[in-house]
Design a protein around this ligand. Sequence first.
Ligand SMILES: [Mg+2]
Length: 227
Amino acid sequence: MIWLFDYDLTLYGADERNVLDSLDERISKSVQNATGVDYETAHQIRKDYLQRFGTTLAGLQAMHGVKPDDFFDFIHQPEFLQYPKASPAKRNLIMGLEGHRFVFTNGRRDWSEAGMEHMGVRDCFEDVFDLKQMDWVGKPHESAYDKVEAYLAKRVPEEFFMNGMPANPSHIVLLEDSVRNLEPAHRRGWTTILVNPIPDVPSWVNFYVPSLLHLTTILPELVTHNS
Ligand SMILES: [Mg+2]
């Protein structure tokens, strides 16, 4: 099995939303810097960018020529940020998942790596596949999934892939808090797990857990599903 974990609000959950909120504040600040508006207006601009471009970064790139690495260098300054708490329980759980484990995140790798360091789970994963490796076009764009498959084909033992395609796509398991990001994964035949306290479970979700620590409750069924 190849396990792909989203980072924000999946690896650390909705109960630690403050982590994402701290980043969010910096993102609004970066919009302020690029546009010269006040904080309130920056918030409105972000909403508009989300609508029109999918992400704040995409809006900043298109409208203000902001370079992605400059954007992330600014928002990732640690003195402004909060990180998830240490979680030995999550560590045990993840370590118990047999196969190859990676983080697949729409952030830049330094953000998830710092968080995983705080959680004590960094060594649970072989690597992080981040937004930069997706050429700054993240999930749910098809290209993000194409790129992670191409990357995995080089990283995992060759029996998992045949002519560059997953030999058995259901052996790629994606854990995500975003239902939107699970849909393209499902179309590829990957196994999809929604990790979200809100049980809004569309047809493309194979398994649902309210939080990561509930994963143990579905593991027996998941193993049957994949055999
Ligand atoms: Mg997420």
